[in-house]
Design a protein around this ligand. Structure first.
Ligand code: SF4
Ligand code: SF4
Length: 276
């Protein structure tokens, strides 16, 4: 009964209250209705079993006993019919899970176990002498952990709710960014799984993700703090920016002055510190 109440609350919240941070896809509706069907047919199986066998303890199964009162005639026949329906629905649900958003039950757990142990906000350094590519232009340039992050996202929207860029109407939602990257991964996966290359494909920025989104992030880390499954948004934003700046020379004009300043002053300060 508590599970049925939980599913009804989820349906009410998602389809009546409709908080902005939740986006509704057909998959969400299918999963909620399917789960409700399994729970309700579970009571039908229990109720018809109680009606057929009249056990002494039936008052300890109040809902089942109540449902059983509707099936006093042909209880065994009803029971075997509901048993098959309930069994097929339950095993069908388990088989559907890997193809639905519910796969995050597995991927989120993996992501939490394999979460980064580095201080939050620390970004990967570049081996500027030996690296052949800088940053991430195509989805397969991301590390396996960054790709697992995408699969682990539960679409809960907590990162979006707390993002200062989103809240100040900048064109960025960290949730949307992660889900757009996931869509891109799913789109390119068949090519990659056949051993193909994405060399001639368009870069992520400008196709799956807009440049404005990538440059709107303040790298404050609030989204990383809020994410219940330890998705690291900043790593992805920084890698996408690195590709734009270091591989394509494509960045907002406002950054020219910053880069000039870094070129003229930062290195000189570093060098003078090193040789002090
Ligand atoms: S790091 Fe970027 S995406 Fe995350 S909350 Fe801050 S501004 Fe938003
Ligand atoms: S907080 Fe984490 S799990 Fe929730 S939508 Fe954002 S990235 Fe996905």
């Amino acid at each position: 009964m508590l599970a049925i109440a939980g599913v009804l609350v989820a349906i009410f919240r998602r389809y009546i209250q409709r908080p902005a941070r939740l986006n509704n896809t057909a998959d969400n509706a299918i999963l909620l209705l399917w789960l409700l069907f399994i729970l309700v047919t579970g009571f039908l199986v229990e109720g018809t079993r109680i009606a057929a066998t009249e056990p002494a303890w039936k008052t300890w199964s109040p809902v089942g006993a109540f449902v059983g009162t509707a099936f006093t005639a042909d209880a065994r026949l009803w029971h075997s019919m509901f048993w098959w329906i309930h069994m097929l629905a339950s095993f069908g649900f388990i088989a559907y899970m890997p193809f639905s958003r519910l796969k995050h039950i597995f991927t989120s757990a993996m992501n939490i176990y394999l979460r980064s142990q580095k201080p939050r906000g620390e970004i990967r350094t570049i081996d500027i002498e030996n690296a052949e590519i800088f940053g991430v232009g195509k989805i397969n340039d991301f590390s396996w952990k960054n790709l697992l992050d995408l699969d682990a996202c539960t679409s809960c929207g907590r990162c979006q709710d707390i993002c200062p860029a989103y809240l100040s109407d900048k064109p960025l939602s960290p949730k949307k960014l992660i889900l757009d990257l996931l869509d891109n991964l799913n789109e390119k996966a068949p090519v990659l799984l056949k051993g193909g290359s994405l060399e001639n494909e368009n870069p992520i920025v400008g196709t799956a993700v807009e440049a404005d989104e990538v440059w709107s992030c303040t790298t404050c880390g609030a989204c990383v703090e809020a994410c219940p499954v330890f998705v690291e948004h900043i790593d992805k934003v920084v890698e996408l920016r690195r590709d734009r700046v270091l591989m394509e020379g494509d960045f907002p004009a406002e950054l020219n002055q910053t880069f000039k300043g870094m070129e003229n002053n930062f290195n000189r300060q570093r060098v003078s510190t090193l040789f002090k």
